[in-house]
Design a protein around this ligand. Structure first.
Ligand code: DLL
Length: 434
């Protein structure tokens, strides 16, 4: 058994959870139909009316929503309340052209804070803890989400944001941080830096809440051993609120989805057919308590499995496995969502052919992005210094497109292996989903 932030909700009977879902789903469908022309049109195209949705069993009648819809409707097309009722936006770590903006009323933020507070309590957090948040603050949901959860719980919150490792470690030692919230790769880097400085004895951490990117069990063990903590996974996405859509409990065998706020489905990513519990497929969420930005049947592109097996922690909400991959080609590099098509656009704009390879690896616990691209035959005869100038030009163009640094290597024409089938453009050496 464990501690709960909202025991009456987190341990509610399956019948009670289902009753909440049925009622809130009907309400949300009516809300978007009445207030969002984009939805009304989508539903009319499908021949569905709000009255057709009477329970979760009717969910399949609704159309899916994808990132493309969010882009089409950018910026205000899916906003379901008057602007004057909203208080905040957050945005994905994506980039130019692909950014998704999510809106929140104060009530939406309150419920999001509850979700993150549940995650902190599940990791052993109480009012007596010192919660050290080094997820990024700003448009990214990580910092504001865990910050809000920690406030809601009443813990002392250190809004550190990311970077400046020396200061992170100093505050951790001086203020006695007990719960660390950041990406797993930054946690691994912090752990290594603390060990290198021989400061293990001076930190009081007992738990970590790590998410926003894929991480392996080996990485978990490494962080747990180095920092002498228990490391918990947390999942979420900007579109559906941010971190805290689901979180790990003491059993550490998957993450409980906050089903009083989000209905989860698993579908076949190719046919869109809903799959039975236990089958692997794409996770789809319907938010049922959002005011400003409710999404119906939003395709996350994350591949995972749901399980309703009884959990020893006492929580009754369905569990999802760690994401096992994606049904699109999005990469998450240094916490930033990167689409290979963006890299290709930069290369083609700069006069290169589409003979390139994207290599992602992990070096010193940090992601490394390398783009290898073939020179055109004309460039091949250039002096070494000119090639260096060209590489620098691509580094800058990629930085402005992606927001992160990529190593660029211009290679000789025809040196990148041609494939007989689909081109192998992405080599991800991180083995994130194994
Ligand atoms: O990453 C929200 C978040 C912040 C979650 C802090 C946890 C902690 P986005 O930037 O919109 O939002 O990226 C969402 O990140 O669809 C997954 O592919 C991936 N992702 C998020 N959490 C995990 C996790 C935040 N625990 C996308 N394991 C999602 C693996 C994750 N992948």
């Amino acid at each position: 058994m464990g501690n709960y932030f909202q025991p009456e909700i987190e341990c509610a009977s399956p019948e009670q959870i289902r009753a909440w879902q049925d009622e809130r789903l009907m309400h949300t469908v009516r809300h978007v139909y009445d207030n969002v022309a984009y939805y009304r049109n989508l539903m009319k195209e499908r021949g569905v009316e709000p009255g057709d949705i009477k329970s979760v069993d009717d969910l399949y009648k609704l159309p899916f929503l994808t990132k493309d819809d969010l882009r089409d409707a950018y910026p205000y097309g899916l906003l379901a309340v008057p602007l004057r009722d909203t208080v905040r936006i957050q945005s994905t770590s994506g980039t130019t052209g692909r950014r998704v903006v999510a809106f929140y009323t104060q009530h939406d933020i309150d419920l999001w804070d509850d979700c993150c507070a549940r995650a902190i309590v599940a990791a052993g957090g109480t009012k007596d803890d010192v919660v050290h948040v080094c997820y990024g603050y700003g448009l990214f949901t990580g910092g504001p989400g865990l910050n809000g959860g920690s406030h809601r719980l009443g813990s002392l919150t250190l809004p550190m944001s990311s970077g400046n490792t020396d200061r992170q470690i100093q505050f951790m030692c001086d203020l006695g941080s007990t719960i660390l919230c950041c990406t797993p790769s930054y946690a691994a880097y912090l752990a290594e830096s603390i060990c290198e400085r021989g400061l293990q004895d001076q930190i009081k951490l007992k738990a970590g809440i790590f998410g926003a990117e894929a991480w392996s069990e080996e990485m978990r063990r490494d962080i747990e051993n180095k920092l002498n903590i228990k490391a918990y996974d947390i999942y979420g996405l900007t579109e559906i609120s941010g971190p805290g859509v689901s979180f790990e409990c003491s059993e550490q065998t998957g993450m409980h989805i906050n089903e009083d706020h989000f209905i989860a489905e698993i579908i076949d990513p190719v046919t869109g057919k809903v799959l039975p519990e236990g089958e692997k497929g794409e996770l789809v969420f319907t938010s049922i308590t959002k005011e400003a930005f409710p999404l119906l049947r939003y395709r996350t592109r994350d591949i995972c499995v749901l399980s309703r097996k009884k959990c020893s922690c006492g929580r009754t909400h369905v569990k999802m496995t760690k994401p096992m991959g994606r049904s699109d080609d999005m990469l998450i590099v240094k916490g930033v969502n990167v689409f290979p098509s963006q890299i290709e656009t930069v290369l083609l704009n700069k006069g290169y052919a589409a003979n390139y390879q994207i290599i992602v690896s992990r070096e010193n616990n940090s992601d490394r992005l390398e783009v290898q691209v073939e020179m055109t035959p004309e460039m091949f005869s250039d002096a070494v210094s000119e090639i260096a100038v060209r590489e620098k030009e691509l580094v800058d163009a990629l930085k402005s497109m992606l927001g992160i640094y990529a190593v660029v290597r211009l290679v000789t024409p025809k040196s990148i292996a041609r494939s007989e089938g689909k081109a192998v453009r992405i080599i991800d050496k991180r083995n994130l989903y194994e």
